[in-house]
Ligand binder design. Structure first.
Ligand SMILES: [Zn+2]
Length: 152
């Protein structure tokens, strides 16, 4: 009996170890590791479409990569540096917990919109952010321009 219990404990510990060593899925929700998904765009490769750019920007918020958030923001609407860090200093900082892309639509030769729901927790409560983001294609790459939050 004692032996069996010990064996169970050892097996559980081994399973935990395997689980923590497995490559984690990308926070953007696609079935790929971070390195093979948004990590490529964070590392400097150009995201091929507005949806991939949007996903990588969401992950940059999750990972507090403000440089990437700013570097993919169109110069005409880009905020000053420090806004992600300033936001994270607030006590009720939202913690993003998941992303669902509802639609990715090309609205013109150089424009696209991505509609998504980002789930987050703040102060122990769960919320959903429903946004339609607008992107523009310039200088051979996509840029985030602005977004419109949906209330429902
Ligand atoms: Zn990803």
């Amino acid at each position: 009996m004692l032996h069996a219990d010990r064996l169970t404990i050892v097996q559980n510990a081994a399973m935990k170890r395997v689980r923590s060593e497995a490559p984690a899925l990308c926070p953007c929700g696609l079935a790929a590791s971070y390195a093979q998904c948004c990590g490529r765009w964070h590392a400097g490769h150009v995201a091929p479409d507005a949806e991939k750019l949007m996903r990588s920007r969401y992950v940059a918020y999750v990972m507090n990569l403000e440089d990437y958030v700013l570097a993919t923001w169109h110069a005409s609407t880009r905020p000053a540096a420090g806004f992600v860090e300033n936001a994270n200093e607030k006590p009720a900082t939202p913690k993003f917990t998941g992303l669902t892309v509802l639609a990715h639509t090309r609205t013109g030769v150089d424009t696209a919109i991505v509609e998504f729901i980002a789930r987050y927790k703040s102060g122990g409560r769960a919320y959903r952010l429903h946004e339609i983001s607008r992107f523009v294609h310039e200088q051979g790459r996509w840029w985030y321009n602005d977004g419109e939050v949906r209330d429902h």
